[in-house]
Design a protein around this ligand. Structure first.
Ligand SMILES: CC(C)(COP(=O)(O)OP(=O)(O)OC[C@H]1O[C@@H](n2cnc3c(N)ncnc32)[C@H](O)[C@@H]1OP(=O)(O)O)[C@@H](O)C(=O)NCCC(=O)NCCS
Length: 187
């Protein structure tokens, strides 16, 4: 694949792929570069390192936990997104883009990959927890379907409802693709 794959936004400035054990160090460095505010917004607590249980599962390649990283041209990891199945058809999602790379479309791109994954795997409810002052994130999620919301103590629980898709259609249907098919591989 060329170094300027159009599917990777920003003309190839980042690549998206499944997170792997070998990303541990790059992820720790990314978290270090994040401001305390960004870390707080992702984990709703003062976090300096990724919670080990979360990280171990995210990097394990587990079928119930899809974790994606966005990597810059120099190999630095700049974002981590996860989609963790918590019950039949239901998953929790979380996205973290480091400050210097925010507002460049990476979060929306990662979300679109999670949506594709949900279609392939029959997830019909995607749950996200966001701080109530980030109502704009509900617009980001709402672009993919109706959202139910409940607010408690400054945190908004958002449930994005996805209609079940019929994956028995033609082979070209995106919901039939494997996870690697619609990811932009590293050059
Ligand atoms: C939430 C987050 C993942 C968004 O990622 P991002 O790469 O910055 O977002 P994008 O550039 O893809 O923008 C997506 C949309 O949100 C809007 N947006 C992004 N940041 C915004 C902000 N701070 N205020 C208002 N709107 C914002 C963009 O304008 C865009 O809208 P559009 O499609 O109408 O143009 C990122 O800000 C982040 O990691 N924040 C800290 C952790 C967090 O809050 N995670 C969410 C809870 S799990």
């Amino acid at each position: 694949m060329s170094g300027r794959e159009p599917g990777s936004l920003l003309g190839g400035l980042f690549r998206v792929r499944r997170a792997a054990e070998g990303d541990r160090r790059a992820l720790a460095e990314m978290l270090d570069r994040c401001t305390g505010e960004t870390r707080y917004r992702r984990f709703h607590g003062h976090v300096n390192v990724f919670p080990e249980r979360y990280l171990a599962e995210a990097l394990s390649g587990s079928p119930v936990h899809l974790a994606l990283v966005a990597a810059a041209d120099d190999g630095a990891v700049v974002a981590l997104a996860s989609c963790r199945t918590v019950a039949a058809g239901v998953a929790e999602i979380g996205i973290l883009v480091e400050d210097a790379w925010q507002r460049l479309g990476i979060g929306a791109f990662l979300l679109s990959r999670i949506i594709s994954h949900s279609e392939r795997t029959g997830l019909t409810v995607l749950k996200a927890q966001v701080l109530t002052d980030q109502a704009w994130i509900t617009r980001m999620l709402g672009a993919h379907g109706p959202c139910d919301m409940a607010s408690s103590r400054g945190v908004l629980d958002v449930s994005l409802r996805r209609a079940m898709r019929d994956c028995s259609a033609a082979a070209s249907d995106p919901c039939r693709q494997s996870i690697d098919d619609d990811l932009v591989r590293p050059a």
